[in-house]
Ligand binder design. Sequence first.
Ligand code: GLC
Ligand code: CA
Length: 606
Amino acid sequence: MSVQKKARTQPPGLYVGTDKHRWWKEAVVYQIYPASFLDTNGDGWGDVPGITKKLDYLKDLGVDVIWVSPIYKSPQADMGYDIADYEDIDPSYGTLADVDNLIKEVKKRDMKLVMDLVVNHTSDQHAWFLDSRSSKTSSKRDWYIWKPAKYDADGNRQPPNNWAMILGEANPAWTWDEGSQEYYLSLFTPEQPDLNWENPDVREAVHDVLRFWLDRGASGFRMDVINLISKVQDFPDADVVVPGNKYQPGDKYFANGPRLHEWLKDINRQVLSKYDTITVGEMPFVRDEDEIIRVVGAESEELNMIFAFDLVDIDNVPGDFKFTLHQWDARDLKRIVSRLQRLMLERDGWNSLFVGNHDQPRSVSRYTDDSDEWREIGAKLLCMMQTTLAGTIYVYQGEEIGMRNVPPSWDPEEYKDIESINFFKKNAEMYPDNAEKRAYARKVMQRKARDNARTPVQWDDTTHAGFTSANSKPWMRVNDNYTYVNVAAQTSGASASTSVHTFWKRSLEYRKENKYLYVYGDFELINPDNDTKNAAEIMAYRRWSKDRAVLVVLNFSGKEIEWELVNGMKIDKWIAGNYGEVNLEEKAKSASVLLKPWEGLIGELE
Ligand code: GLC
Ligand code: CA
């Protein structure tokens, strides 16, 4: 990918790129889901030494920061997002000494480590909760959210309100404790009781957890569902939005609650400001721009950036639960992408760029066509989008080789995630002997389940894809396509030079070489109106710095499209694309350009 550095005429419009340069804005963050990354001791479960072993691979890809999903001591009810001890490592992952060694090796390579901070809730096996549930008079009782039961007209015991459990949709968010005869709030699963942040001792204890890891050498945190820590204190019933369900999404009362900003500022002032950190808050449900800017605005002193859910919610039926299928096209994509891009530029905030993680299906399957014919082109198209937008890049393990969803033929038993299991079970309970509902549930799971992202990383074409030794049993089945979709084939095989992996590596390099344009530059959507020709297929935008501008055109459809360059726009040179260099030479530079299915192009503008 050659780059011309000659001066360009300034495109119209005020330049609102930022000159507040920060290392964490330029960083490429790679998310590791440790159970599925690499197993080094043959127990079929990925481990910390497995991460250390692949640091050179990550460095070579262009990664600056690794974010490791939870490795703390945990009963693994929700794959470690249920923490039983914040200051120790689960033996299935290794030891604290292994982590110290990981940190040392990370630093040696001039990289950084981000820990996953899960402090909206703990495990029900955490010492705090064991104490809290032991009796109503326990000194830790108030560390969690306990409420007496309600009784209906027939005298049946009912939870304190109608909120639905997040990882079990049709179940209540409250769990009855037989021993102490009260309900506790458990928004995700009964094994994940919510902490009571109203109690200052809880907040102090959380600050100590942060200090513990920063002092050990971590460089920041990905903060799990951090916008749920403050709940409306009279715990009102949620509005009924899913007719027929007893329990309803209660996010209006627990997402971005009344004291969120106060507590985030506290964390920042008392802990984060004393270190040089990168922070990203996972924030489901929030759409309000003022709320977002209050967290990530340059002056806000809360967090560097958040994970907004707009893009990964694109195929959910609005207002409904996640196991639904909603049709979308490039118009939705444009609306979502440009809103967040413009918001951060105009109001001095900062974006995170991600299209996948351990909670989402594989991006190549969700946003493009993952069939053998189009998978590579699709993965490269998404890479082009990610590496040409403004924000901090997050790559999820396996994304760099275009890993895709599990095959539709897999039995429901292959799905190991508590969310999928709960969903499938509830579906069977609600519609017994209904073959059609069962088939539909299987279909939605194959499209939306978190399991899709959790299959082991495909390192090579040997048994179990090189994730674990040949005679062990991986904790989760390896995607059947590992024989031809794997790291080895894409980094050293005959087709390595045109692989998805090589494309990612070059694109990350290219982005870094041109950071004033891609990381810090301005952004403008071309053809924002939805009634223009090909609005449903093409997303095109212009990026510009003070002295040059590029056009990015992405065909989010399997159709060939003749796309008209608007307003006499002229391309000086097509500099990159996902169909290879030769293809670029054939492209027209003015009037209109012919795009192949799922084709993406970057052109230097005259
Ligand atoms: C976040 C995590 C997810 C987990 C949930 C509860 O959304 O990413 O994996 O289930 O929080 O901790
Ligand atoms: Ca292991």
